[in-house]
Design a protein around this ligand. Structure first.
Ligand SMILES: Nc1ncnc2c1ncn2[C@@H]1O[C@H](COP(=O)(O)OP(=O)(O)OP(=O)(O)O)[C@@H](O)[C@H]1O
Ligand SMILES: [Mg+2]
Length: 226
């Protein structure tokens, strides 16, 4: 087992004087084996991104536990959490999150430089090649289409050879045709590398490409038939 989530709770307090609290995650439990792909479906506002950012170590839960590679995230310091993130997981966001002042190639190299000192350029070019963008290596994000930016983001997400890949609506900002192409490529790479994947999406068809499907409803994660 690579990841285990138990009794996870997260609330947000909003508003000023009259403190309002919304319980986004009430009791989330699930586990995922190495090499498995799971999809999480849920209405807008149901807490999918919240759950993903807690698993990804970007946010902390109020209670419960997330055990990733035998480490409980709640027990780690910010530094340990950052290291675990850099070494073992990657997140692909809906809005790509590329660094605007770096070229496509440099956006990938920056991840590789944290891990190895040699052959950074060669490896970055190979990754860019795998997403079909070797010709765009020196383009800045603003000079790339949405689909191309997401392909760079996908190449970047593979650069640290992550144990766990988290994807939050990776085709959400793309038109349907481009989105399908990018997702096909994404799943090819995930399958080829036998990656463990948690995919958050609104799309049922997309979710069906994963081994198991869960629904996030009323703060609870339920495994569905489809
Ligand atoms: N930092 C925050 N402060 C207060 N409320 C927040 C915060 N982040 C999220 N929320 C609230 O928590 C709920 C869940 O948000 P979240 O972004 O996880 O939903 P989601 O399922 O990813 O939705 P979508 O499908 O639209 O991306 C929403 O009602 C949102 O308004
Ligand atoms: Mg979201």
């Amino acid at each position: 087992m690579i990841l285990k989530v138990e009794k996870l709770k997260k609330s947000y307090s909003i508003g000023g004087r009259r403190k309002l609290s919304i319980d986004v995650l009430k009791d989330v439990n699930f586990e995922i084996q190495k090499g498995e792909t799971i999809a999480i479906l849920g209405d807008s506002g149901s807490g999918k991104s919240t759950l993903l950012s807690i698993i990804g170590g970007l946010d902390r839960a109020d209670s419960g536990s997330v055990t990733f590679l035998d480490k409980e995230l709640g027990n780690l310091s910010e530094k340990e959490l950052t290291e675990l993130r850099a070494d073992s997981l990657s997140i692909v966001f809906q809005e790509y999150h590329l660094l605007p002042h770096l070229t496509a190639l440099e956006n990938i190299e920056i991840v590789l430089e944290l891990h190895e000192t040699h052959e950074v350029r060669k490896t970055a070019l190979r990754l860019l090649n795998q997403v079909g963008l070797q010709e765009r290596a020196s383009h800045f994000p603003s000079e790339l289409s949405g689909g191309e930016q997401q392909r760079v983001a996908i190449a970047r997400s593979l650069a640290n050879n992550p144990q766990l890949l988290l994807a939050d609506e990776p085709s959400g900002s793309l038109d349907q045709k481009t989105g399908t192409k990018v997702i096909d490529l994404f799943f090819d790479l995930v399958k080829e590398r036998k990656m463990t994947l948690i995919l958050v999406t609104h799309g049922r068809e997309l979710a069906k490409r994963c081994d198991r499907i869960f629904h996030l409803e009323e703060g609870v994660l339920v495994q569905g038939d489809q």
